[in-house]
Unconditional design. Sequence first.
Length: 155
Amino acid sequence: MTRQLGLAATILVVAATSCSAGGGGSSASGACGAPGVTPDQVEIGFLVSDSGAGSAAYASARAGIDARIGLANDEGGIHGRLITYDWRDDQNSPSQNAHVTDDLLRSKPVFGLVAATSAISGSLENLSQQGIPVVGLGRTDWAKYQTPRAPADTP
């Protein structure tokens, strides 16, 4: 589980570099029009089944994302921007997933979402319509949604 979350966070880190000025380095770039990206930080959302049926399988999920984001931030973040996240517990319920995802997206703009839940089907349609990238545990119902692509100049 922790390895999967590390991979998911890494994918978001790589995708977020699309707002860089290019040329490597770790200095913050100019303005970026992506939701959840400011000159100082990149905000992501985290959906997890922290309670409910099967929640024991996700018990290490928050520790995993904390560790991966902590490492990235210790190394300078994304071009000088610290990675932050806000999380919600979907109780491993598709209807609760839809509710907490909407709540999360209303509370603040996020660049993308990391999902450590098998109940993500409750919000996939809405996330797709809003163009919000989602990474995490793969589900067969994800196949009908097109994955947003990073700009061609992404390193």
